[in-house]
Design a protein around this ligand. Structure first.
Ligand SMILES: C[S@@+](CC[C@H](N)C(=O)[O-])C[C@H]1O[C@@H](n2cnc3c(N)ncnc32)[C@H](O)[C@@H]1O
Length: 390
């Protein structure tokens, strides 16, 4: 139900100036109006001189950051921001999250939830909040929709992400972390990843790529509604060719169909991405190759029956993908990221760039495997097409 804007902004004001504020972002614009800045982000910071309210604003070009004393100075700055015709406010405190969107008729559409647990550490136990990295009651999910199974899947994917990124990443970056989600579809993962990473204090720029232009339009509108449009954007194009600039540090791909996962891995290598997390989907490519050529002795029993051949092709495909990543300077492993009850496609290729040259043994084990099975993996082909500097 829409609410009067003034009273909703009064609530925002008290959260911004209250002691429990953790982070707030204002962005977007109201119908027919334009704020004097593109985005404002507020967070408390502890400086040697004492507690301050940090306000970073961006005019779309350059960011400008001020650390303001609590009291009249911070109050005046908050007042000035509330007077700007922003279309969205997202405010998080230690015990609540508020998301405000100004409707076309100038009213406030507000989502409130208690205790954002977006960065709650994983822990065993039966407390629902601890089972999830992102609280299922987070207003984000009311906006992006998706089934409970999808939420579980995305949450598990994010857990794998936290285990991959180094501790204290926020303090190690002198620019935003660049992330791409390849084959993003409805962008559940894209938005959830933004929510999660920005909640840990990392300044993130995220690009979602999907071949479908209708998805790009839908997702872009959603990003605007969430007030994240300056940080989360969408590109329509193929994973192999979409323009993503500057190159991302982190590549995500959740269930990109068949060889689209190979395209994602090849792009990641080409970009020299520091981290790659790709949960493959169906594997038709190697399965089709196995169907048309004899298995090397004595492995005929593995591929004679269709279902066994398909399952074997799944294993072979991901083993070859991990092997190829190792040959291209990555430490790569294949893990189960979520219980198979939530999706049968529950494997994750997780890789971190080390830049290490492959050993002769690594080269030989890969080559022997593809030669014996007479395979021509799509990823290998794509990697040979990368510019020679890679
Ligand atoms: C199974 S959906 C997964 C979507 C999303 N990652 C998720 O997990 O909800 C696969 C998505 O990849 C997109 N896709 C498939 N092949 C692609 C390609 N070569 N380039 C770009 N997008 C592709 C499809 O349009 C679809 O939206």
């Amino acid at each position: 139900m829409p609410e009067p804007l003034d009273s909703a902004l009064t609530e925002v004001r008290s959260m911004l100036l209250g002691p429990a504020l953790t982070r707030a972002v204002a962005a977007g614009r109201r119908r027919g109006q334009r704020p004097s800045m593109v985005r404002a982000e507020l967070r408390p910071v502890a400086l040697k001189a004492g507690q301050r309210l940090q306000i970073s604003t961006s005019d779309g070009d350059r960011p400008h950051t001020r650390n303001l004393s609590l009291g009249p100075e911070a109050e005046a700055a908050v007042e000035a921001l509330l007077a700007e015709p922003f279309g969205n406010w997202h405010v998080e405190t230690a015990d609540a999250t508020l998301q405000l969107r100004v409707t076309k008729s100038g009213e406030a559409q507000v989502h409130r939830s208690t205790a954002s647990r977006s960065v709650a550490p994983a822990a065993a136990g039966h407390d629902r909040s601890k089972e999830y990295l992102l609280d299922p009651g987070d207003p984000l999910f009311a906006e992006i929709g998706g089934s409970a199974a999808k939420r579980r899947q995305v949450d598990a994917f994010l857990r794998a992400l936290t285990a991959t990124l180094p501790d204290g990443l926020a303090g190690q970056l002198d620019r935003p972390l660049r992330v791409v989600d390849l084959g993003c579809g409805n962008a559940y993962l894209t938005f959830a990843a933004y929510r999660y990473l920005s909640g840990t204090g990392v300044d993130v720029e995220l690009v979602g790529v999907d071949v479908r232009d209708d998805q790009r339009r839908r997702n872009t509108e959603l990003a605007e509604r969430l007030g994240w449009a300056d940080r989360v954007r969408f590109v329509a194009g193929t994973i192999a060719d979409a323009t993503v600039e500057p190159s991302p540090d982190l590549v995500l791909a959740l269930h990109a169909c068949d060889t689209a996962t190979d395209e994602a891995l090849a792009r990641a290598v080409g970009w020299r991405a520091r981290w790659v997390l790709a949960a493959p989907c169906c594997h038709h490519d190697v399965a089709a190759q196995l169907r048309t050529r004899p298995a090397p002795p004595p492995y005929d029993l593995l591929t004679r029956q269709g279902i066994l051949r398909e399952r074997f092709a799944d294993v072979l495909t991901d083993a070859l993908r991990a092997g190829l990543l190792r040959l291209h300077g990555y430490r790569a492993e294949v893990v189960e990221f979520v219980d198979s009850a939530h999706t049968p496609r529950n494997l994750l290729i997780r890789a971190r760039r080390t830049g290490a040259e492959p050993t002769a043994a690594q080269r030989a084990e890969y080559r022997d495997l593809v030669t014996q099975w007479q395979l021509n993996p799509r990823l290998e082909t794509l990697l040979t097409q990368l510019p020679p500097t890679m």
